[in-house]
Design a protein around this ligand. Sequence first.
Ligand SMILES: Nc1nc2c(c(=O)[nH]1)N[C@H]1C(S)=C(S)[C@@H](COP(=O)(O)OP(=O)(O)OC[C@H]3O[C@@H](n4cnc5c(=O)[nH]c(N)nc54)[C@H](O)[C@@H]3O)O[C@H]1N2
Ligand SMILES: Nc1nc2c(c(=O)[nH]1)N[C@H]1C(S)=C(S)[C@@H](COP(=O)(O)OP(=O)(O)OC[C@H]3O[C@@H](n4cnc5c(=O)[nH]c(N)nc54)[C@H](O)[C@@H]3O)O[C@H]1N2
Ligand code: SF4
Ligand SMILES: [Mo]
Length: 738
Amino acid sequence: MKLKKQWIDKIPPIIQHDGPKTSLLLRSPGKFGLGQVPQSSAPDRTTSMVCGFCSTGCSLNIHIKDNQAVNITPDSDYPVNIGMACPKGWEALEPLKADDRATTPLLRKDRDSELEEVSWEVAMEQFREKFSAIQAQHGDESVAFISTGQIVTEEMAFLGALAKFGMGMKHGDGNTRQCMATAVVSYKQSFGFDAPPYTYQDFEKSDVIILIGSNLCIAHPIMWQRVERNKLNPEIIVIDPRTTETAVAATQHYPIMPKSDLIFFYGIAHILIRNGWVDGQFIQSHTNEYEGFASHVEKFTPEMVEKQSGISVEMLEKLAATIHAGKNVSFWWTMGINQGHEATRTAQAIINLALMTGNIGREGTGANSITGQCNAMGSRLFSNTTGLLGGHDFTKATDRKKVADILEIDESRIPNEPSLAYDQIIQGIHDGKIKGLWVIATNGAHSWIHQDKYNEAMKKLDFLVVQDMYSSTESAVNADLILPAAGWGEKDGVFINSERRIGLVKKVSRAPGLALSDFNIFKLVAQYWGCGEMFQKWSSPEKVFQILTELSKGQPCDISGIKDYRILDDTKGIQWPCNEEDVSKLTSQNERRLFADGKFYHSDGKAKFIYSDPTPIAEPTNTDYPFILLTGRGSSAQWHTQTRTKKSAILRKLYPESIYIEVHPTDAERLNIQANQIIKISSRRATVEATAYISTSVQVGQLFMPMHYAKSNRLTHASFDPYSRQPSYKHCAVCILT
Ligand SMILES: Nc1nc2c(c(=O)[nH]1)N[C@H]1C(S)=C(S)[C@@H](COP(=O)(O)OP(=O)(O)OC[C@H]3O[C@@H](n4cnc5c(=O)[nH]c(N)nc54)[C@H](O)[C@@H]3O)O[C@H]1N2
Ligand SMILES: Nc1nc2c(c(=O)[nH]1)N[C@H]1C(S)=C(S)[C@@H](COP(=O)(O)OP(=O)(O)OC[C@H]3O[C@@H](n4cnc5c(=O)[nH]c(N)nc54)[C@H](O)[C@@H]3O)O[C@H]1N2
Ligand code: SF4
Ligand SMILES: [Mo]
C-alpha cells in the first residue's frame, strides 16, 4: 500500500510551541504562523520531574522564575531518592544552556560541502527526498534507524511506529543494545517476559547484597545511598575484577578474572547443591529444568573454578556460605555482566542462584538487573525495535493483529520479524545493503565498539541524519543533515526507571532557536512523508501515553490503570504492572515487586533454569598483547560521551579533563612508567595515547580506561554475545608501547 502525500500547508503549526519567538522569526520566516508564541508572565513556581541522566529515576524539584527553570533541588517526598541527588542531577539545567546547542537544521548539499543552516521546510523536504529515493532504488530495508534509551517513552514509540509502520523501515535498533539487551534476553528466556522484579526498598531489606559487575557508587550513586540506609548491617559483596569505589565500601570483594563469571557462578551453584543449601520446595513448585542444571554444574568443582576465576577455594566456599546464611539475599548486576561474550548465560547463572535458593518474590531478594539510561526500561517495552510495541512479539500473528487493531492500521504494515541488531545494521552498511541511517539521541561515533569500523560505515552511507541536542557531537559532525532537538526539561513525557517506575518529565524550559522536541520532529516527518493520517491520534505526548497504556493491556507490563499524567504526579510515579484494579490500591509510598505469588510468565507459570558450557573469549591476551583492557564509568560526574556533562563548569571540576588509563604499580614499575606519564596503548585496531594513573584498583596484567573519552572505543574489539548481540566492551587484548 502506498500512502497519500500530504503537503506542507496541512502541517499543524507545531513548530511554534518550542523555541522563543524572536529566534524563530529571525531564522525561519514563512509558513508556520509564528506570531503566536505566548510570552507568558507566569508567577514563579516549583514543579517536580524525573532526572534525565541515569536509570535511578530520582525526582528533582525545578524552580521556575519568569517562565524559565532557574534552579534544582532534590525532591524529598519521592520514594526513589528521598531528598537526594547526585552531581549530575544538581547540574541538570546546565547542559541546556550550552553554546553548541543545535538551534537550526543543518544540511550538507553534498559530501564535500560544509553543513549549512536551512529552514525546517528544506530539512524535511531533503529528509523525505533522500530517504525515499534510497528506498525506491534499494528497497524499504535500505534505510534504518538507531534510537536510544534517553528520550521519553512517547517519543520512542512514535519513532518506532513512524519508521516501521509509516515509512516501511524494517530495521531499527537502539543504544540499549549496548547496555540492556543481555538482561532482556535473559529475563525473557528465564521468566517468560523481560521483567526486572525488584523495588528499591529491596536494597534496604536485604541482609546479603551481591553486586556483580556493578560500580554502584559511581554509576548509580543514589541506589548506593539506598544501600547505605539498610539498617540490617548487611553483607555487601562486590564481584568485580577492579577494586572499585563500591568494592572498597563492601564487606567482601571477589576480584574475579575478567569474563570468568559464568564458571564462577556455576561453581557457587555446585557448592550450594553439594551442601544441600537449596530451596527444594521453591524449585519443585516454581521452576523447570533444575535436574539438568544440577548435573551440568557437577563438573564446576571449587578447584577448577579457582584456576579459572582466580578466586580461592576458601573464598568460593565463603561466598556460598554467606548466601546460605542470608535470610533475604539479593543479586544485582550491571555492565560487568551484560557486556560480555557469554553475557546472557552469565546473567542466567545469576538468575539460577536466586531461583535455587528461593531468593525471589520476597522483600530484600531478587535476580536484579540494574538498567542504565533514564528510559532504558521504556525503550525495552515501547521502542518498537527488537520487540513490537508494548512488550509484544513481531513474530506472533496475534500480537500483530492486536497492535494493528488498536492503532487502526493495516496489519500488513507491521513487520513479521524483529529488526537486525545494531551490529548487523553497521555490517549491513559495510555490505552496501543499508544506505540511509537516521540516528536519534545516541552518539555511536564515540560509544560504539571498534570505532574506526563504525566511522568507515558512516562514510559509506548515501544519507546520514543525526537528531541531537548538540550539533558538535562526534556523530553529528559527520551527518548530511542535523535535526536540532529539544532535550530533557524542554518537553513532556514519561521515563521508566530501573524498578519499573513510570515517572513524569515536564517542559520547564524553552528549547533554543528552532530546536523542536523529538515528538514534534516525528510529527513533522510523518506529515512530510505522507503518513500523517496514520498518526492523527498521536497529537500530544499524553495522547500517545494513553495509546501505549491501551497497547499494554493484558501484558505483564499492563499499565492500563494509568489514565493520565496527573495520577503519576499524585502518586509519585507508578511501577508496572498497574491495571485498573491495581491503581485503586496505590498509596503515596507505593513500592511493589514482582513474583510474590511465585508465578512467572511462561505458560505454565514456572521459571526456567537455563545453562550452557562456557565459551572462549574472543580476543585472549598473548605475548604481543599481554594486557586485558577493561572499560566503563569513570566518575559520577561524567555521562557517557559527555555531550551533556562537559557543559557544566562544576561537573568538569570533578573529573580529569583528558583521557587516562589505570595501570597497576607492578606493571608500571616493570615497564618503567611514571605517574601521569603519557603512554601509548595499542590493540589490533588502533593506538591511542593516555595519561597513566598508577593504581592498585586494577590487577596486574589489567588496565582500565573510562568510556567517556572518545578514543577508548578505537581500541575495543567488536565481539558480541550470541543471544543478545550486546557488545563485549569489557574485554580486549592490548599492549603498552614503551
Ligand atoms: N556517572 C555515570 N553514571 C552512569 C552512566 C554514566 O555514563 N556515568 N551510565 C549509565 C548507564 S547507561 C549504565 S549501563 C550504567 C553502567 O553501570 P555499571 O555497569 O555499574 O558501570 P561500568 O563501569 O560500565 O561497569 C561496572 C563494572 O564492571 C566491572 N567489570 C568489567 N569486567 C567484568 C567482568 O568480567 N566481571 C565482573 N563481575 N565485572 C566486570 C568493571 O570493572 C566495572 O567496575 O551506569 C549508568 N550510570
Ligand atoms: N568502551 C565502552 N563503550 C561503551 C560502554 C562501556 O562500558 N565501555 N557502555 C555502553 C553503554 S552501557 C551505553 S548506554 C552507551 C551510551 O552511548 P551513547 O548513547 O552514544 O551516549 P550518550 O552520550 O548518552 O549519547 C546520547 C546522545 O543523545 C543526545 N541527547 C540527549 N538528550 C536528547 C534528546 O532528548 N533528544 C535528542 N534528539 N538527543 C538527545 C546527547 O547530546 C548525545 O549526543 O555507550 C556504550 N559504550
Ligand atoms: S542518581 Fe541518576 S537519576 Fe539520580 S540525580 Fe544522579 S543521574 Fe539523576
Ligand atoms: Mo548503558
